[in-house]
Design a protein around this ligand. Structure first.
Ligand code: DGP
Ligand code: NA
Ligand code: NA
Length: 234
């Protein structure tokens, strides 16, 4: 119906960044702005807490339940996988999806965890030796999301932990401490070394309007570029 999208697929646009970078606000504003320009656009967010798997993840984040670290990593990933049919259908029908967090949050957050506890290893000549459990490697963390639809654009909203803390206190959910968020930032920096992905860093300390305009410009360019290309895979 609209000249901008007729017959073409939509783009998969992901917003990433530490907590308090303004992702959710910017995702909403981007969808609104794209629609005003005549594009078909919809928002999506992960974790999507309304499914059965999402409710498990939500209760874990609210600290109402404890779930073993590897297990919850797989649940976050499963929560993305259960939306893949919907993602593919929307893109195919020409809808651009603006996604608030994706697989990169999974890797950045889980790999920032220190595994607590020790492994007791039986020695050859009797007795036990305590060895530390390894931390989560980026490699391990990435595996469950391999094969997910690949974003055409990943916007990283960059904010220093100092700037983030000026925006008021963190909430009370799991991960919402400045020490943890600092580790998360470092992990994102490592993930951005992957040049097979279209990362764009936007300074999230700018005014809300400037951040919005930067993201909108990047998004419009990618919608035009992506529509002739097949959707890739992570
Ligand atoms: P929110 O974006 O406000 O709904 O918060 C979700 C929280 O969960 C946030 O602290 C980031 C974290 N998170 C998002 N995806 C994953 C994931 O795949 N794995 C882990 N461990 N944490 C995630
Ligand atoms: Na949060
Ligand atoms: Na958010």
């Amino acid at each position: 119906s609209d000249w901008r999208m007729a017959g073409h697929r939509g783009a998969l646009i992901v917003l990433e960044g530490a907590d308090r970078a303004g992702k959710s606000t910017q995702a909403r504003r981007l969808v609104e702005a794209l629609r005003n320009q005549g594009y078909q656009a919809e928002g999506m967010r992960f974790p999507e807490r309304t499914t059965e798997i999402g409710r498990l993840v939500g209760s874990y984040l609210e600290k109402k339940s404890n779930i073993e670290d590897h297990t919850v990593h797989l649940l976050f990933s499963a929560n993305r996988w259960e939306h893949v049919p919907l993602i593919k259908e929307k893109l195919k029908s020409g809808i651009t999806l603006v996604v608030d967090r994706y697989a990169f949050s999974g890797v950045a957050f889980t790999s920032s965890k220190e595994v607590k506890g020790h492994l007791s290893v039986r020695c050859r000549h009797g007795g036990f030796k305590e060895t530390e459990l390894p931390n989560f490697s980026l490699h391990w963390c990435k595996q469950p999301d391999v094969g997910l639809p690949k974003p055409d654009l990943v916007v990283f909203l960059n904010i220093t932990p100092e700037e983030a803390s000026k925006r008021g206190d963190y909430g009370t959910e799991r991960y919402e401490t400045s020490d943890f968020q600092k580790k998360v930032q470092k992990r994102y920096a490592e993930l951005m070394d992957d040049k097979s992905l279209n990362w764009k860093v936007v300074d999230a300390a700018q005014s809300m309007e400037d951040v919005h305009n930067a993201i909108k410009q990047l998004s419009e360019a990618i919608i035009t570029e992506a529509r002739h290309q097949p959707v890739g895979k992570l």
